[in-house]
Design a protein around this ligand. Structure first.
Ligand SMILES: *[C@@H]1O[C@H](CO)[C@@H](O)[C@H](O)[C@H]1NC(C)=O
Ligand SMILES: *[C@@H]1O[C@H](CO)[C@@H](O)[C@H](O)[C@H]1NC(C)=O
Ligand SMILES: *[C@@H]1O[C@H](CO)[C@@H](O)[C@H](O)[C@H]1NC(C)=O
Ligand SMILES: *[C@@H]1O[C@H](CO)[C@@H](O)[C@H](O)[C@H]1NC(C)=O
Ligand SMILES: *[C@@H]1O[C@H](CO)[C@@H](O)[C@H](O)[C@H]1NC(C)=O
Ligand SMILES: *[C@@H]1O[C@H](CO)[C@@H](O)[C@H](O)[C@H]1NC(C)=O
Ligand SMILES: *[C@@H]1O[C@H](CO)[C@@H](O)[C@H](O)[C@H]1NC(C)=O
Length: 435
């Protein structure tokens, strides 16, 4: 019954998307005063000039794109382009410290299907980047390859034309994107180290980096890893179960078809802010359906601040690669409930890794001051899996969110995220800094 409702809703939205004109001129948020440090224009963030313009006229209340959200909350923003060693261009945002001096740095890394905008949904005074900026911190927000903000042609391939562009998983994000973003930010701010805050895949990629990229741990002051997703034994998340079905074969088969649109999962489109502003708006009787789409993946929790929900849809989902999903899916299967590099099958693994099974990531190489924050109603980052991780990193601190209904997405826009999670993160960061 509800599934049919969701289907009808999606079909209607798809029809509306096809009918409505693109790129209607309208009031973009006032962007003057924004420090643009790159040749890209800020309005290009939604796909780097390759995708059609959004329809701002239909979206008067919400900010589209991280730069607009930051500016809209009354902060300055810088936008930087960072090039990885394998030639992907990524977008890095900075909220420069208001008083001009550079405080200690904090670097944020978002989760799967999300972007840097996800950290900002709760707005000024609540959202962690804004709170830390108010405290004098120098805040940077990274974007992984494949999301709305980091979707530029690489040296050899184009995300809209070449399936090869999408040949990455969280492995490449961990070994290339995160270190490149952090090193760039450190250089830009003339700093030698940073605090790290990661959510979901932003924790996965942290451990990939810790395991394989030398010299990074000395640059991390503290790591606050929210809703850690590393081991996925007995995950309840529908998202992960769906990811586990296709796994390797589907990725290889779909890649062979050579249609990039098929390997780009849930890319950003103007349909989502439109949905957020209409059928998912607080005044709409169908708002519950919009929550219902997310809960099987994240955990059921109806105790939400319904006002901020459209701000989530304004910038989400932000897209990822099928291979990225497939890599997570491999960790769900019974036989490999481990944290390993991408499994290409025995022959593929032999050729690539000189071993029938892919190498494991060594999470105990995460030797920095590290805190794992998990919650009991998180379908992705479950308690036993957080405990397993904690056991393998004896110096880590394990923190349980006090509300038993707190789910995976509540770490981003939960009604009580500030008191339950953010305040603790701020306290740990400040305590480390001796403040
Ligand atoms: C935009 O903001 C700037 C400064 O923040 C202000 O000077 C300018 O008048 C604003 N423009 C509009 C059209 O509101
Ligand atoms: C200015 O920046 C310094 C260093 O980052 C910070 O300690 C101080 O609190 C900031 N002052 C204000 C008024 O924001
Ligand atoms: C990637 O970034 C580099 C350095 O900022 C720039 O020179 C290059 O043109 C960019 N490539 C694309 C495809 O945007
Ligand atoms: C960078 O920081 C170092 C040490 O804090 C300082 O000596 C140097 O002058 C700074 N360089 C710039 C360009 O600000
Ligand atoms: C919900 O969010 C809005 C917008 O940020 C805020 O003004 C309001 O106080 C929040 N309500 C609760 C109960 O947290
Ligand atoms: C993992 O890393 C730790 C710390 O560097 C090291 O002591 C240990 O031997 C490593 N384990 C494996 C299996 O490589
Ligand atoms: C991490 O930093 C905090 C604050 O300085 C400190 O209390 C704690 O002992 C540190 N943890 C480790 C494992 O060093």
């Amino acid at each position: 019954m509800r599934a049919a409702g969701v289907l009808v809703l999606l079909l209607l939205l798809a029809a509306a998307d096809a009918v409505l004109p693109d790129g209607a001129a309208g009031p973009w948020p006032n962007m003057s005063g924004v420090v643009v440090t790159d040749t890209m224009t800020l309005l290009d963030e939604q796909g780097a000039g390759q995708t059609r313009a959004l329809r701002p006229r239909l979206l008067p209340r919400h900010f589209i794109g991280t730069a607009a959200v930051i500016r809209g909350n009354g902060y300055d923003v810088e936008q930087h382009t960072v090039t990885t060693p394998d030639c992907y261009n990524l977008t890095l945002f900075r909220i420069p410290n208001k008083n001009g001096t550079h405080g200690t740095m904090v670097f944020f890394m978002h989760g799967i299907l999300d972007s840097s905008a996800g950290w900002l949904v709760l707005g000024r005074g609540v959202a962690l980047p804004f709170v830390l900026s108010d405290l004098g911190y120098d805040v940077y927000l990274g974007n992984a390859r494949g999301n709305t903000a980091s979707r530029f042609p690489s040296c050899r391939h184009d995300p809209d034309r070449d399936v090869e562009w999408w040949d990455f998983s969280f492995h490449e994000i961990g070994i290339y994107d995160v270190p490149s973003l952090i090193n760039y930010a450190l250089k830009n701010s003339n700093k030698s180290d940073t605090h790290y805050v990661g959510h979901s895949q932003g924790t996965t990629t942290f451990f990939v980096m810790a395991s394989l990229v030398d010299g990074m741990m000395s640059k991390i002051r503290t790591a606050n890893l929210l809703a850690p997703v590393v081991y996925l034994k007995c995950t309840l998340s529908l998202l992960m179960w769906v990811a586990s079905i296709p796994s390797t074969l589907l990725w290889l088969a779909v890649k062979a078809l050579g249609v990039p649109q098929l390997v780009n999962i849930l890319p950003y489109g103007p349909i989502y802010p439109l949905l957020g502003d209409t059928l998912c708006a607080p005044s709409s009787p169908t708002q519950d359906v919009c929550y219902l789409i997310l809960f099987p993946a994240a955990g059921f929790n109806w105790d939400q601040n319904r006002t901020v929900f459209p701000d989530f849809w304004a910038n989400s989902p932000a897209g990822c690669s099928l291979k990225q999903m497939s890599h997570f899916g491999q960790s769900v299967h019974k036989r490999c409930q481990e944290f390993r590099q991408y499994d290409y099958g025995p022959a593929g693994n032999l050729a690539r890794y000189q071993s029938v099974v892919p190498p494991s990531y060594n999470v105990s190489r995460a030797t920095c001051n590290l805190t794992l924050v998990y919650s009991l109603n998180d379908y992705l980052g479950t308690k036993p899996n957080a405990q397993k991780l904690h056991c393998e990193i004896p110096t880590s601190k394990l923190v349980e969110v006090a509300d038993p209904n707190f789910n995976h997405l509540d770490f981003m826009f939960g009604k009580h995220a500030k008191t339950l999670v953010f305040d603790g993160v701020v306290a740990r960061i400040r305590s480390y800094d001796g403040l």
